[in-house]
Design a binder for this molecule. Structure first.
Ligand SMILES: Nc1ncnc2c1ncn2[C@@H]1O[C@H](COP(=O)(O)OP(=O)(O)OP(=O)(O)O)[C@@H](O)[C@H]1O
Length: 309
């Protein structure tokens, strides 16, 4: 069982405003060693501000932040060397060459990961001698990640590490982060990719309007008695009243978007038999019929609402 000694990052009652805007409004978060903690939230929810307070880049207005037991704003250079940071915009010097930059950062640390190994793992070798200003966005992301990782940090903060990466690069990043977790580091990352959180995170923290609105492992967040659902697509505006009458009332039938149908509730073989018989009567094929739990994206939208920000 993890204990308090495993808590690498502890945030309590964090408040941070920009003028009249309370960007972070009483946020609590704990990230443990040997775990990946994913912070999810709509645009402007306060994720970056929270991570920047943890990195010591912003001072909280109220609340406490402890990283490896210290206030990151007052931390010593020795403490800072144990913390890896990857900022959202990379923040890399544009005149440096990709591999040279990773080697340069490595020289600042006592026991770095061999830069050549990191460059191979993250596919930097292909553009090793290109200057940062000539790299694509995804290539810069990988160099920024390598710089954050090369010092073998005990805590790693990554703001949208796989934004803009192609599928191959994303898989490589996930694999490297899984290795970092396996050696016992605490990883805190923000992401808009539900798949990334679902596949990689041990703990998901959903933030909205500067507060935590959901917390747990991906399995915990997507579980629950009403978790099962069947989905399919067919022509819009089918006669759902007859389907509802044929099904047990505990099954809710919805057409959330034209032609997209969802059944929520206890979905067993009998429900599927009733559904497919009804489809025969309607003369439609239930395209893409799937049965399963709610996805993390469903839970995210339930917790944070569907309106655009
Ligand atoms: N330097 C700043 N000055 C003024 N307002 C800011 C500043 N930085 C962030 N904000 C505002 O604070 C709120 C939270 O921003 P933050 O960047 O923390 O959100 P986020 O969850 O990381 O968003 P995104 O997913 O879009 O990156 C937003 O409304 C943003 O406009």
């Amino acid at each position: 069982m993890p204990g308090p000694e495993d808590d690498a990052v502890v945030v309590r009652g964090l408040v941070r405003s920009y003028g009249p805007l309370r960007a972070v409004d009483g946020l609590d978060l704990v990230a443990r060693r040997g775990e990946i903690t994913a912070v999810l939230g709509p645009n402007g929810a306060g994720k970056t501000t929270t991570v920047e307070c943890c990195e010591g880049l912003r001072r909280p207005d109220a609340g406490t932040v402890r990283v490896l037991g210290e206030d990151p704003h007052l931390a010593s250079p020795a403490h800072r060397a144990r913390v890896g940071v990857m900022l959202q915009d990379g923040g890399l010097p544009t005149g440096a060459r990709a591999a040279g930059l990773v080697q340069h950062v490595a020289r600042m640390h006592a026991t770095p990961v061999p830069p050549a190994q990191l460059c191979a793992d993250l596919g930097i070798d292909g553009f090793a001698r290109t200057t940062v200003r000539r790299l694509s966005g995804g290539q810069r992301q990988r160099v920024a990640l390598a710089c954050a990782l090369v010092g073998r940090p005990d805590v790693l903060f990554l703001d949208e590490p796989s934004a803009g990466l192609d599928p191959q690069a994303r898989q490589a990043v996930w694999s490297v982060l899984a290795d970092v977790r396996a050696r016992g580091a605490a990883v805190v990352l923000t992401t808009h990719y539900m798949e990334e959180a679902e596949r990689l995170a041990d703990v998901v923290v959903v933030v909205d309007r500067g507060r935590v609105v959901g917390h747990g492992s991906p399995a915990e967040l997507t579980a629950g008695t009403s978790a099962e659902q069947a989905r399919f697509t067919a022509r819009p505006a089918l006669d759902l009243a007859t389907l509802r009458r044929a099904l047990d009332p505990s099954v809710v039938v919805l057409e959330p978007h034209p032609g997209q149908y969802v059944l929520q509730g206890p979905i067993g073989p009998q429900v599927l038999a009733t559904l497919t018989s009804w489809c025969v009567a309607q003369g439609v094929m239930p395209d893409g019929l799937t049965v399963g739990r709610r996805s993390l994206e469903d839970v995210f939208l339930e917790l944070t609402g569907r309106e655009l920000r």
